[in-house]
Write a protein that binds this ligand. Structure first.
Ligand code: BGC
Length: 861
C-alpha cells in the first residue's frame, strides 16, 4: 500500500495560500487497510515543521499542525503508511507554498490611470515597470490582483490564467494570484499589465448594468525576488510604474467582447497614480480560470452567402486566430449558439423574443499588416458558431475555439448501452465546464451570474462529475459576502447590480436554501467538517430569517415597483397551530420552468407549499451539522422547527393521502424531502408514477424537483417508469435535447419553436442536467456513506444491457458496473484500498466488500 493523490485543501501543490492550517489528504493504492499514518512536513532547508507522529487511524487526511507558517514559505509534506500487515509503505511528496500572510509583507500600493474615474467605458489600462536584477535570483514570485480583470506579461511571456483575479464582491473581497516567474527573469526586465473592465466595471447579470463595483480600474502587484545570497527585493506597484490607455484593446466587456486595433502600441507615456481600495487582497483559494480544450471549426456557407465557423461543441470561451491581413483591415466575429434556418441568430442572447440583444459577443479586430496570433484578453462568450464578417475568403485553419473554465479535476464517468444517455451525460459535463467560470453561473452567454437556485439543484451531480470542493468553498464565501443583514441569501452572488439588496426575490424559498444544502452536500461528499464551521453564520442567518418570516404574518408583500403589488394574489394558509411554520408572503422563483406552467406569473405569488417543504428539509440538514459543531441547543431548535414544518406540510398540503396540488413537482418534493409518513409516501409515489404514465413519460418537474424525480420513483419501486422517463426522446425530456442535436444542456426542453427557429432561452444551462445524479447514485448505485465507506446499490432497468460508472471520491476511485447476460445480471465492483462498500443488489442480497475487484452474479428466475 502506498499514499497517492496527495492534495492540500483539495488542490495539487498550490502556490500562494494563506490558510494557516491547511488540510492534507491522500488516497491509498494497493493493500486493504491503512492501520496508521505519519505526516511530516519540512521547509526548503529540510527543517522539520510538523510531525504528526505515528497515528493509529485509517483516516486519509490530517490538518497541518506544526510551526507557524511564514510568508512565501514552501512546505514539503510526506505521508508514511502502515498497512494491514504493519508493512511500512513508500512515501510520496507534495508541497504547498504560503502567500503573503502579514501586512508588512504586502508592499504593493493600488495604482490607476489618469482621468479614468468615469462611467465611460475606456480602452484597457496598460501598466509597465522596468527593473534590473542585482544578482542571481533563486526564487521569484509575482502576486497580483486588480479591480477589473488583468493579464500579466513578463519579458514578453504572458503568465498563465484567464480573467484573473476572477469574480468576487470586490468591495468586500479581492484575491491575488501567485505566479512562479523565476525562470522568466533576465538581467533587464519588463513587467507589463493590462487591465480591462470585466465583472468590476462591465455589463453584469440579467440587466446588463455597468459599473457595479466602481468606475475606476486599479492594479495591485508585487514581485518578490530572493537572491542567491538570501537577500530579498520587492518590486511593488507604486507611482514609479508607467501607465497609458492608448494600447490595442480599445473596448472590452465580458459580454460584448473586444475591439482590438493591432496597429496600436502602448506608449506608457504617463506615470501611474496612487489610489485606494478598501479591501486587503487575500490569497486566491482556487487555481483560477484556465484555457482548456481547443476546437477546430468547419466552414459553413449560409443560404444568404454568409460565412460561419461551426466548432461542433457549445462552449464558454473565445476564438483564437492567426491574423495575416493588410494593415487597417478589420474583421468581425460574432459568436452565437444556434443557427436559424442556417443563418446567424442572436436569439439565445436576448431577454425577450421581441427585444434586440443588448449583448454583442463579438470580436472586432483591425490588422497591423504583421502576422500574429490573436485572442481576446478580457472576454468570454457562450457559443458554438461564429459569423465571420470582413473576409472574402475564410480559411478555417486560421481559427480555433478555446474553452475556458475553472481549474477542475473531473472525477465521474458514466457509460451505458444507450448512446443518447451517454451523449446527455457529456452534454451535462460540458454545461458544467461552461458554467464553472470562477463561480457557478446559470449560463455563459446571457447572464454569466452566480444564481443560488441553479447551483443548489446541481450540486450533487456536479460533485460526482468534478472535484468541486475548492470551487464551491470559494463561491460560498461570495454567498456569505452577499448575505443581507436580515439573513436573506442573495439570488446572485457575487452581486450583479447595485440594488441587489432590495431585490424582492432575494431569499426565495428553495433557492436561498442553497446556503444550507450546498455546505451539507460538500460535507457529505468530502467529509471535511471545516465546511460546516466556515458556513455557520451563513446557515444560521438564513434559518433565523426563515423562522422570523414564517412567524411574522404581518410581513408586507413586495414587488420590483409598487404597481406590481396589486398583481400579487393574497395567499394565507388558514389559521392553525401550524401556520407559524409556513412562510406565506413575498415573491419566490418557486419550482421555476416547470413545463406547462407560466413561471413568470407564478413567481409573483407566495409559495407556502415549497416554503414548508424546504423549511423542513433545510432545518433537518442544519440540525445534523449543528450537532457536529457541538451546538446541541441550536440543533434542537432546528429539529423542532423542522418537525413543525413537516406537520404543517401534512396539515395544509396533504389530504387523504394525496398531495393537494396534483402536479409532479410537489409529489416529488414531498417524497424527496422526507415530508410524508410511510403509508402516505407509498400512495403519493403511486400517484407520481401514474402522473408520469399520463404524461407519456415526459418530464413534469422544474428546477427544484428535477434532481429528485427519478430517484424517488426508483426508491418506491417504479424503476421502469424512471427508466422510461430517462430514455424518452420526446419533449419535455432530457434526451429530447440530444435528439435535437444539443451538445450542452438547455434551459428549456424545446430550444426551437414550432417553425424551427431558436427560442429566446439559453442553450447552456446545467439545471436540467441535475438528473445525472440518478445515473451515478441509482443506475450505478454509487454513494459515499461516511468516511472510507460506500454504499453501492445498482438498479438495472429500461432498455439498457449494461451500465458502468466510476467516481474518483475523496477516498479513492470506486467503480460499479452491471451487464445483462443470458442467464441474469453480472455485477462488477471496484472498492478502493482502505475502504469498504456495502453492496445491495436489487433482489435484496447484501454484502460487505473490502478493497479490490469483485464480481457478483444474479441469476434470473
Ligand atoms: C436564469 C436562471 C435563474 C433565473 C431565476 C434566469 O434568468 O438564467 O437560471 O435561476 O433567472 O429564476
Amino acid at each position: 500500500m502506498k499514499p497517492v493523490n496527495l492534495q492540500t485543501n483539495n488542490r495539487i501543490n498550490p502556490l500562494g495560500i494563506d490558510d494557516p492550517v491547511p488540510r492534507l489528504t491522500w488516497n491509498c493504492a494497493g493493500g486493504i487497510k491503512q492501520q496508521a499514518y505519519r505526516v511530516s512536513a519540512t521547509d526548503d532547508t529540510g527543517e522539520v515543521l510538523f510531525d504528526s507522529g505515528c497515528v493509529t487511524s485509517d483516516s486519509m487526511n490530517c490538518r497541518y499542525g506544526g510551526k507557524a507558517l511564514q510568508s512565501g514559505q514552501r512546505v514539503y509534506w510526506h505521508v508514511i503508511l502502515w498497512d494491514e500487515n504493519g508493512e511500512e509503505a513508500a512515501e510520496e511528496e507534495a508541497w504547498f507554498e504560503m502567500g503573503l500572510l502579514n501586512s508588512e509583507d504586502r508592499k504593493a500600493q493600488w495604482i490607476c490611470g489618469i482621468g479614468t474615474d468615469t462611467k465611460k467605458r475606456l480602452p484597457a489600462d496598460c501598466f509597465r515597470k522596468a527593473f534590473s536584477l542585482k544578482g542571481s535570483v533563486v526564487k521569484a514570485r509575482l502576486y497580483a490582483t486588480a479591480c477589473g480583470v488583468y493579464s500579466a506579461v513578463l519579458n514578453g511571456r504572458r503568465l498563465p490564467g484567464v480573467l484573473a483575479p476572477g469574480t468576487t464582491e470586490y468591495i468586500k473581497r479581492l484575491y491575488y494570484q501567485t505566479y512562479d516567474v523565476t525562470e522568466l527573469l533576465e538581467k533587464e526586465n519588463i513587467l507589463d499589465f493590462a487591465v480591462g473592465d470585466g465583472w468590476f466595471k462591465g455589463k453584469l447579470g440579467f440587466l446588463n448594468r455597468e459599473c457595479r463595483f466602481g468606475r475606476q480600474l486599479k492594479l495591485w502587484a508585487q514581485l518578490v525576488l530572493t537572491y542567491a545570497d538570501g537577500s530579498r527585493e520587492v518590486i511593488a506597484s507604486d507611482y514609479s510604474w508607467r501607465w497609458c490607455n492608448d494600447g490595442p484593446i480599445l473596448r472590452t466587456d465580458l459580454k460584448d467582447g473586444e475591439t482590438y486595433d493591432a496597429r496600436k502600441v502602448p506608449s506608457y507615456s504617463a506615470k501611474a497614480q496612487l489610489t485606494q481600495h478598501p479591501v486587503v487582497p487575500a490569497a486566491s483559494p482556487s487555481d483560477g480560470i484556465l484555457e482548456q480544450e481547443v476546437f477546430a471549426p468547419k466552414l459553413l456557407t449560409t443560404p444568404s452567402g454568409a460565412k460561419i465557423l461551426d466548432f461542433g461543441q457549445n462552449i464558454a470561451g473565445y476564438i483564437r486566430f492567426t491574423a495575416h491581413w493588410k494593415s487597417g483591415h478589420t474583421i468581425r466575429l460574432r459568436m452565437f449558439e444556434a443557427l436559424d434556418e442556417g443563418e446567424y441568430s442572436d436569439m439565445t442572447l436576448r431577454k425577450a423574443p421581441d427585444k434586440e440583444s443588448e449583448i454583442k459577443q463579438e470580436i472586432v479586430y483591425t490588422a497591423s499588416g504583421k502576422a500574429e496570433v490573436f485572442q481576446p484578453e478580457f472576454f468570454y462568450s457562450g457559443f458554438r458558431y461564429a459569423l465571420v464578417e470582413g473576409l472574402e475568403e475564410v480559411n478555417p485553419d486560421d481559427f480555433e475555439a478555446v474553452a475556458v473554465y475553472s481549474a477542475l479535476r473531473f472525477t465521474g464517468r458514466f457509460h451505458c448501452s444507450n448512446e443518447k444517455i451517454n451523449q446527455f451525460v457529456q452534454n451535462t459535463l460540458w454545461s458544467l465546464k461552461d458554467n464553472f467560470v470562477d463561480v457557478p453561473t446559470d449560463c455563459p452567454q446571457r447572464e454569466k451570474s452566480g444564481w443560488d437556485g441553479d447551483a443548489q439543484v446541481f450540486i450533487r451531480t456536479a460533485s460526482y462529475l468534478a472535484d468541486d470542493a475548492a470551487f464551491f468553498r470559494k463561491w460560498l464565501r461570495d454567498v456569505r459576502d452577499c448575505q443581507r443583514a436580515d439573513g436573506r441569501v442573495a439570488n446572485v452572488s457575487p452581486s450583479a447590480h447595485p440594488n441587489q439588496d432590495k431585490e424582492p426575490l432575494g431569499g426565495s424559498v428553495g433557492w436561498a436554501d442553497a446556503a444550507v444544502i450546498i455546505p451539507y452536500t460538500l460535507w457529505k461528499f468530502y467529509g471535511d467538517e471545516a465546511i460546516i464551521a466556515e458556513n455557520y453564520t451563513l446557515m444560521r442567518g438564513w434559518m433565523d430569517y426563515v423562522i422570523k418570516a414564517a412567524q411574522n404574518k404581518t410581513l408586507k408583500r413586495i414587488a420590483f415597483f409598487p404597481p406590481l403589488n396589486k398583481l400579487l394574489r393574497p395567499y394565507y394558509v388558514p389559521k392553525s397551530p401550524y401556520e407559524k411554520y409556513v412562510i406565506e408572503s413575498g415573491m419566490h422563483w418557486g419550482e421555476w420552468l416547470e413545463p406547462d406552467i407560466d413561471s413568470t406569473t407564478q413567481m409573483m405569488q407566495p409559495k407556502p407549499e415549497i416554503a414548508a417543504a424546504y423549511t423542513r428539509y433545510s432545518m433537518r440538514l442544519l440540525s445534523e451539522m449543528l450537532d457536529v459543531l457541538g451546538k446541541t441547543e441550536e440543533a434542537n431548535t432546528c429539529r423542532q422547527f423542522s418537525e413543525g414544518a413537516r406537520k404543517a406540510y401534512n396539515h395544509y398540503f396533504v389530504k387523504d393521502g394525496r398531495i393537494q396540488a396534483p402536479r409532479q413537482a410537489p409529489m416529488v418534493r414531498a417524497l424527496a424531502l422526507g415530508l410524508l409518513d410511510e403509508q402516505t409516501a407509498h400512495k403519493v409515489a403511486a400517484d407520481l408514477n401514474q402522473s408520469a404514465i399520463d404524461r407519456n413519460y415526459t418530464v413534469g418537474t422544474g428546477f427544484l424537483s428535477t434532481p429528485f424525480v427519478l430517484g424517488v420513483l426508483t426508491q418506491y419501486g417504479y424503476v421502469e417508469t424512471a427508466y422510461k422517463m430517462m430514455e424518452n426522446t420526446a419533449a419535455p425530456g432530457w434526451l429530447a435535447m440530444v435528439e435535437q442535436g444539443a451538445t450542452t444542456v438547455w434551459e428549456v426542453y424545446h430550444a426551437y419553436n414550432e417553425q424551427g427557429h431558436p427560442k429566446c432561452s439559453s442553450m447552456n444551462h446545467y439545471s436540467p442536467g441535475a438528473v445525472c445524479q440518478w445515473l451515478f447514485e441509482c443506475v450505478a448505485g454509487i454513494q459515499v456513506f461516511g468516511e472510507n465507506r460506500f454504499r453501492i446499490s445498482p438498479v438495472p432497468g429500461g432498455s439498457l444491457t449494461y451500465a458502468e460508472a466510476g467516481y474518483h471520491s475523496p477516498y479513492g476511485l470506486v467503480e460499479s458496473s452491471w451487464k445483462k447476460t443470458g442467464s441474469g445480471i453480472q455485477y462488477a465492483f471496484f472498492v478502493p484500498a482502505n475502504t469498504t462498500a456495502e453492496v445491495v443488489l436489487p433482489n435484496g442480497e447484501s454484502k460487505l466488500l473490502h478493497a479490490g475487484r469483485h464480481v457478483l452474479e444474479q441469476k434470473q428466475h
